[in-house]
Write a protein that binds this ligand. Structure first.
Ligand code: DX5
Ligand code: ZN
Length: 223
């Protein structure tokens, strides 16, 4: 079952003073989700967007959020984000020893639980949580910064994951890719089974194209 392709612009790549203009372009181009990177300076060597930014963004648009939590012990902090129905919320498998508890909190809030795996984390860590997730976020770079180069081995990891899920009867579980999702890489990632594309500095926010043209070009690459 080929899952519909979706684009999730990475809001940490948006110039803060251009946020409203970008949101308008996203609404006009049927963008599916807005990808929000939350970092705590512990799980990742960087700080980015937080609870206030999430709240203000919800006031600005009805486009559902895709909240990527790169924080330690998310099970203790999920309540801070006032999670909404049908939003995606991802936690990292490597960030807590209470993975199933955190996923259940997200599901109980009516949102869609997503589990994020760092490039070196093996796929079989999913063995006992397949019923607790709606999607897997495969990091194609090490989490922490925009503008990094793709880790080549992650391309094959996408197809291995797709086969792993389909073989176990979880064909409906979506695969999101995050990190250097350029127009070229997106095409390969789509062929290998990804269907949600976090678009940042190497596609939507690359200097070469205006936003609407970049959205069109990415849509072509993943369709
Ligand atoms: C990195 C973040 C990504 C990042 C993507 O840790 O999770 O969402 O913003 O940026 P690009 O597309 O520039 O790699
Ligand atoms: Zn991200």
């Amino acid at each position: 079952m080929k899952l519909n392709p979706k684009i999730a612009p990475s809001m940490m790549c948006v110039n803060l003073f251009e946020t409203e203009r970008c949101i308008k372009a996203f609404e006009e181009n049927d963008i599916s989700y807005l990808h929000i990177d939350v970092m705590d300076g512990v799980f990742t060597p960087n700080f980015t967007l937080g609870t206030d930014y999430v709240r203000q963004l919800r006031n600005l648009t009805d486009i559902p959020l895709d909240i990527h939590l790169m924080i330690t012990n998310p099970e203790n902090k999920l309540g801070w984000f006032d999670i909404k129905k049908d939003e995606y919320v991802s936690i990292h498998f490597e960030s807590t020893c209470h993975v199933q508890r955190a996923l259940k909190i997200i599901k109980d809030a009516g949102a869609k639980p997503m589990i994020a795996l760092n490039p070196a984390t093996p796929i079989n860590v999913l063995d006992h949580i397949l019923d607790d997730i709606d999607a897997v976020l495969l990091m194609t770079v090490n989490p922490g910064f925009a503008g990094q180069a793709l880790i080549p081995s992650t391309l094959e990891k996408i197809s291995v994951l797709r086969e792993y899920l389909d073989k176990r009867g979880y064909g409906g579980i979506e695969i999101e890719v995050d990190g250097n999702v350029s127009f070229e890489n997106a095409e390969k990632m789509r062929k290998n089974g990804a269907n949600i594309f976090v678009a940042g500095s190497s596609s939507l926010f690359s200097k070469d194209l205006d936003l609407s043209s970049a959205i069109d070009k990415l849509k072509k690459a993943i369709t």
